[in-house]
Design a protein around this ligand. Structure first.
Ligand code: PAF
Length: 304
């Protein structure tokens, strides 16, 4: 039975008890941080965490620090009751669903906006690609994730392994969280689950619901371009980014970027030097299709 905990002490007491009663002598805790409004993409994260851990924990917290648009934050769906059903179905043991004040005590004077005085600041990696058009977004993500990992790790003994799960779809977020954990020595192994795609290759996202049938066809051009580049890389051919960009645009998508980057640093690779690709790389694409901005990514390389 899934327990929902609202405060940090409640969560930490419940976690300490779960570790104490775990059958394994070195139990593993699988943690899935979310902002709620759960969909089948989250289902994959929960399944992976459940399968590889003795104790499965999730958090549901809409993090104001990562929204650059106040109205987006206000309108972000909050549906803990519905989320709790999915969390229970996936066998999650503990759900941390803190209030805003529990996560960020103290407010900006005269408003109810949180005002933490110490935040995580991500370097250049936080200002590339998605970060370039969403000022402060990755600082907000990193601050929330650092806090959540510290909160979950605190009651675990040294022999308990903490694994934190993130989706490969948010490739920049994943790369930044890996650096966050390494740079701040956070006591968690960062794990990733592959992108879930529909039968036509479109990466699942709650935003897809807003695509008309015509937009849906345009949206398929994003994964189509990434697949074509992956095929080029596999066959040792030069990657023709301009050609694939033109395909995406002619399918009616308003392309923001299509790039090949280093998976760890997110820096763009100079294809004149690396084609044909000898190492694994990452393609990133973002485009507006009708009313929605979509992102997608694919690992590419000679053996991928
Ligand atoms: O990916 C998300 O849902 C959020 O960015 C995260 C990791 C839960 C941090 O708020």
């Amino acid at each position: 039975m899934t327990q929902i905990l609202r405060t940090i002490p409640e969560l930490q007491d419940a976690l300490a008890a779960a570790v104490e009663h775990a059958e394994a002598s070195t139990p593993t805790v699988g943690f899935v941080p979310t902002m709620g409004a759960l969909h089948s993409g989250h289902g994959e994260l929960l399944r992976a965490a459940r399968e590889s851990a003795d104790i499965a924990v999730a958090s549901v917290f809409v993090n104001p620090l990562q929204f650059d648009d106040a109205s987006d934050y206000l309108h972000y769906p909050r549906q803990l009751e519905a989320d709790a059903v999915l969390l229970e179905e996936h066998g999650v043991d503990l759900v941390f669903a803190p209030s805003l004040d529990e996560m960020y005590p103290g407010e900006v004077e005269g408003s109810d906006a949180p005002d933490p005085q110490v935040r995580v600041s991500v370097g250049d990696m936080g200002r590339m690609w998605e970060g370039a058009s969403r000022a402060g977004h990755f600082d907000g993500v990193a601050t929330a994730v650092a806090k959540l990992l510290s909160i979950v790790a605190a009651p675990l003994g040294r022999r308990t392994v903490l694994q934190a799960w993130f989706g490969e779809k948010d490739a920049e977020q994943l790369a930044i969280i890996r650096r966050l954990a390494a740079d701040l020595n956070l006591p968690a192994e960062i794990r990733a689950v592959p992108i879930v795609r529909d039968e036509n290759g479109l990466a699942l996202s709650s935003r897809n619901q807003r695509l008309t049938p015509e937009h849906y066809q345009s949206a398929l051009s994003l994964s189509g371009a990434l697949r074509a580049l992956a095929e080029d890389a596999r066959r040792g051919r030069p990657l023709n980014i301009p050609l694939q960009s033109a395909h995406v645009r002619s399918a009616g998508a308003d392309l923001d970027y299509l790039v090949v980057v280093d998976p760890a640093t997110l820096k763009e690779l100079d294809l004149s030097e690396v084609a044909p690709l000898r190492h694994e790389a990452l393609t990133l694409i973002a485009a507006r299709v009708g009313p929605v901005r979509l992102i997608d990514t694919m690992r590419i390389g000679p053996t991928v």
